[in-house]
Design a protein around this ligand. Structure first.
Ligand SMILES: [Zn+2]
Length: 236
């Protein structure tokens, strides 16, 4: 069973560096065969699977969170437009940050099972990856890659990859439970992720948040159950 230290990104004992062709990523070893299959299948179509985000530690996620809470990094609305600094406070600001960034300790990227991927072959000319829905739209820079990837994931379920933040899973939520924005670039390796979902402890999370140097701590702790319901659990 995965430990809470691993699931919350406080430990790196469950991940290691994996390199294969265009893929270079810190992941859970159990995912490596699936990643090879995905990379090979993409290569046959002229794409290069490039992992832009894989394992992320609690401290890395905390740095992202605090930068957004302090206005040092932009907080985006659902349409990916920056929200003007100083217009949101307290719980409203927490909710806005959560739409695009996980609460430290709850990111699926802590698990080593989840990846953000792009088509490395489309990066010629020094294009800077932003991970926006625009990039994955049919006319976007990674449009062709996603038009291949979407049916491939459906046709090859045995490989084990799912999209936990798809348009479909977000639309399936009741508006009042609406959580994370769709992230078609985010893949999850189901066998490892499911074990983490089952073993996750919210009591341990509350203690971790309470003892960390996180911005907006009191607003987070006051709404922790709601955060887990709306932003951490994903509909399957
Ligand atoms: Zn991601």
């Amino acid at each position: 069973m995965p430990t809470f230290e691993c699931m919350s990104g406080q430990s790196e004992n469950h991940v290691r560096l994996f390199e294969y062709g265009s893929v270079k990523a810190v992941v859970h070893p159990e995912m490596e065969p699936a990643l090879k299959i995905l990379a090979d299948a993409a290569k046959k179509q002229g794409f290069e699977v490039k992992v832009v985000s894989c394992f992320r530690s609690f401290d890395q996620q905390l740095a992202i969170w605090n930068a957004k809470a302090c206005g040092k990094r932009p907080v985006l609305d659902i349409l990916e437009r920056p929200i003007r600094k100083g217009t949101l406070h307290g719980w409203s600001l927490v909710e806005a940050i959560l739409r695009w960034s996980a609460l430290p300790g709850t990111s699926r990227h802590h698990w080593g099972s989840d990846l953000d991927i792009v088509d490395g072959a489309a990066l010629a000319g020094g294009y800077k990856v932003q991970l926006t829905q625009q990039e994955t739209a049919p006319d976007g820079v990674f449009g062709a890659f996603h038009q291949w990837l979407t049916p491939w994931l459906v046709q090859n379920p045995e490989v084990g990859f799912t999209r936990p933040y798809s348009h479909e899973s977000s639309a399936a939520l009741h508006p009042s439970r609406y959580g994370v924005a769709p992230e078609p670039w985010h893949l999850s390796y189901r066998p490892v992720a499911e074990a983490c979902e089952k073993a996750y402890s919210t009591g341990d999370l509350a203690a971790l948040i309470a003892s960390s140097r996180i911005e907006l701590k009191s607003d987070i702790l006051a709404h922790l159950d709601e955060i887990i319901e709306r932003f951490v659990k994903v509909p399957t």
